[in-house]
Design a protein around this ligand. Structure first.
Ligand SMILES: CCCCCCN(CO)Cc1c[nH]c2c(N)ncnc12
Length: 227
């Protein structure tokens, strides 16, 4: 069964509008929507913001609902110069930019017995690029870095870009990538840009959250039709 995960209600609501919701299951302070889309059952939820919340919901989707591929939809701060507000990006891999065990000689983002980068599923990414081609949409791909902080400084943004070669920044993908890697479940993450993670990003985020969430949601729906 396909799982669709978002961080915020604003990111999930535009997706739910396309769904025939059959059941709502409350569990671990989350609501899991069991929906039917084009004859297939899908489980959907928003985790609440941040890596811990995203890890909880992603794990429950897999362990309790038997999700065998996990698709994330939401918004992100753009790092690449060519990413404008409203543009779409998919993750080739995700990481945690706020993990720091460097005093012990480990590289930024590295935890012993784990890894810095969690690869996303190539087949799902290829499907997304095919859908983008049909729709005539530019779909960037690259590293998307997560941390438990809303990044709104050029200095922090440039550090994340330098160390992780990040194309976008958000707060959940590195955790969901880690869960899916450990569980052996294919992971796909789509984000629409809501800001540029520099000074003033909070204002842009507030202004563009709803519109960018809809952009991500609409593309995800087109992709679901190809799964
Ligand atoms: C109460 C407001 C909560 C903002 C949550 C932001 N999400 C987290 O996934 C995505 C995101 C968009 N822009 C970002 C940025 N500049 N830094 C971190 N994360 C992001």
């Amino acid at each position: 069964m396909t799982g669709i995960l978002c961080a915020m209600r604003e990111e999930l609501d535009p997706i739910l509008e396309y769904m025939n919701i059959k059941e709502k299951i409350k569990h671990a302070n989350n609501i899991f929507y069991i929906a039917e889309f084009e004859g297939e059952d899908i489980v959907l939820a928003y985790s609440k913001i941040g890596k811990v919340n995203a890890s909880i919901t992603a794990t429950i989707m897999i362990e309790k609902f038997g999700v065998d591929k996990l698709l994330f939809s939401g918004v992100a701060g753009g790092v690449d110069e060519d990413l404008k507000i409203g543009d779409l990006i998919i993750a080739t891999k995700t990481c945690q930019h706020d993990v720091d065990l460097t005093v012990f000689g480990y590289e930024p983002g590295y935890i012993p017995e784990s890894k810095v980068f969690f690869e996303c599923d190539e087949d799902l990414n290829n499907i997304a690029q095919n859908v983008a081609g049909k729709l005539g949409i530019k779909l960037k791909d690259g590293v998307i870095a997560s941390g438990d902080q809303f990044v709104h400084s050029k200095e922090r943004k440039e550090w994340i870009k330098k160390i992780f070669n990040a194309s976008a920044i958000e707060m959940e993908g590195g955790a969901v990538g880690c869960v899916c890697w450990n569980e052996g479940v294919p992971f796909f993450m789509l984000r629409a840009i809501s800001d540029t993670a520099e000074e003033g990003a909070g204002v842009d985020f507030d202004e563009f959250l709803e519109e960018s969430s809809k952009i991500s949601a609409k593309f995800l729906i087109e992709m679901l039709k190809e799964l």
